[in-house]
Design a protein around this ligand. Structure first.
Ligand code: ZN
Length: 172
């Protein structure tokens, strides 16, 4: 396994739409393993392939609590098939937008569908943090970020800050 680099704002790749995975093969499984390692090391609970520079519809998650055994989950071509009516407010962070947290209200329960790491269809009823995490990641596959839930003014402030930081890091 190898740790990958996570891209951050203002990388334009974060705004692209990820393409569906056509074939679940060894290379894809290797990518999913590397993404899990990268996610655990960050540390984070969710990661989309586009966040490591690969705009394909692949996400990995593990929302197990700290003292529980790891529960890695790989979702290929994920989609949300049903949304519950109840909403849940959660303060979300994003590995691609370090140190920014946004309160977002999303459906508390969802039914998600995807392929598993063997390419077989799987359906998943999710609630709580897992439901939030899946919705956050499916947003990534459509180029949508947590800052899009902010007012335009607040979003512009965040984007400007990251653009400035990126410029500062670039070699002269
Ligand atoms: Zn994110």
């Amino acid at each position: 396994m190898a740790k990958l680099d996570i891209i951050t704002l203002p990388d334009p790749l974060l705004r692209t739409t990820s393409a569906p995975v056509e074939r679940v093969d060894e290379a894809l499984r290797k990518l999913a393993e590397d993404m899990l390692e990268t996610m655990y090391a960050a540390p984070g609970v969710v990661l989309a392939a586009v966040q490591v520079g690969v705009p394909r519809q692949l996400i990995v998650l593990d929302t197990a609590k700290d003292d529980d055994p790891p529960r890695p989950l790989v979702m290929i071509n994920p989609e949300i098939k049903q949304f519950g009516e109840e909403l849940r407010l959660y303060e979300e962070g994003c590995l691609s937008i370090p140190e920014v947290r946004v309160e977002i209200e999303r459906p508390a329960e969802i039914v998600g569908g995807s392929l598993d790491r063997d390419g077989k269809p799987q359906e998943l009823k999710a609630e709580g943090l897992l439901a939030t995490a899946i919705q956050h990641e499916v947003d990534h596959l459509h180029g949508k970020l947590i800052i899009d839930f902010l007012s335009r003014l607040k979003r512009d402030i965040v984007v400007r800050r990251f653009k400035k930081a990126a410029k500062g890091e670039a070699p002269a």
